[in-house]
Design a protein around this ligand. Structure first.
Ligand code: FES
Length: 118
């Protein structure tokens, strides 16, 4: 028999997506998909993802909220370099959505979409 936490995690996890104007949407996301796939599946505005997730465009930039950063592994060198070229200001929580895989440990993650991707 599954524990309540395991049963809940198998349903997916809640992700809070905040638009640059403050509008917020709660998404029930599938574990194992990338943050980019979640955004595409749920029609989130503001993530362009021109390269389709192959880490060559930096137009899937998101700001992970400060309180949640420690739950993510740090960016690999290549992602870190790509983040230097994002259109909106790079901040502490800047990440590429195509490089973040959703896990049960990310339940309740909050992110904000930057103003510009170009
Ligand atoms: S979708 Fe192009 S770098 Fe993430």
């Amino acid at each position: 028999m599954k524990s309540a936490a395991a049963a809940q995690a198998s349903d997916g996890i809640d992700i809070h997506v905040v638009q640059p104007d403050g509008r917020e949407k709660l998404i029930r996301a599938s574990i194992g998909q990338s943050l980019l796939e979640m955004a595409q599946t749920h029609g989130i505005d503001g993530i362009v993802a021109e390269c389709g997730g192959s880490m060559s465009c930096a137009t899937c930039h998101v700001y992970i909220h400060d309180d949640d950063l420690a739950r993510l592994p740090p960016p690999e060198r290549m992602e870190d370099e790509m983040l230097d070229g994002v259109a909106s200001e790079r901040r502490t929580g800047s990440r590429l959505a195509c490089q973040i895989t959703l896990t049960a440990g990310l339940e309740g993650l909050r992110l904000t979409i930057p103003q510009d991707q170009y």
